[in-house]
Design a protein. Sequence first.
Length: 232
Amino acid sequence: MAVALDIRELSKSFTMHLQGGLRLPVVERVTFKVMAGSCVVLGGPSGAGKSSILKMIFGNYRSDAGQILLKQGKAVIDIAAADPRRILELRKRSVGYVSQFLRAVPRVPAIDVVAEPLVGNGVTRDEARERAAGLLRRLNISERLWELPPATFSGGEQQRVNIARGFIPDLPILLLDEPTASLDAANRAVVVDMIAARKKQGTAIVAIAHGDEVRAAIADKIVDIQQFAAVA
């Protein structure tokens, strides 16, 4: 298998400007590789920096040091050094992300929330909605809810819409931040199967997983983030 994502010596801290510039270190020299068709699960307690690492890979957070290298065609791109325009292009073509919480435009129907990444990549609205419907059906979202805005849904339903939106584009890298945390056992099993299918397609996945059972089901490798704990 080829290396799809190469994290090298990645460090992150936060500066509290309202606290006199207090610096809060998070992680130092995080290093690991993710192979195409495999899932690396980030382990460690709450507050260890797992979500911060995902956000650096996605380009939401800037790192203090290090590299985040991925292949796009024949080019190798360092996300840590990329400008905002390149970051946006990478999100359309290379890196998908399922966050812990759904952030959607108010009053937009759930089926269009899910379809939007495809429409943004030039897929026709009808085709995008058809594919979105398939994912919503697979994730047990009742068809009567598809034309309603997700803000009216339960927490578990919102998370399943969030998962569908993250899985709908076929991107080579997928980041998952506790995608099953709000789900019942039946829907957790659906998501585990979806992850397995994406791995078979060659997708490289970095995940934070809720529960030992889910971690064991999806992980090809577990990276303990505590080994990269930063010291103030």
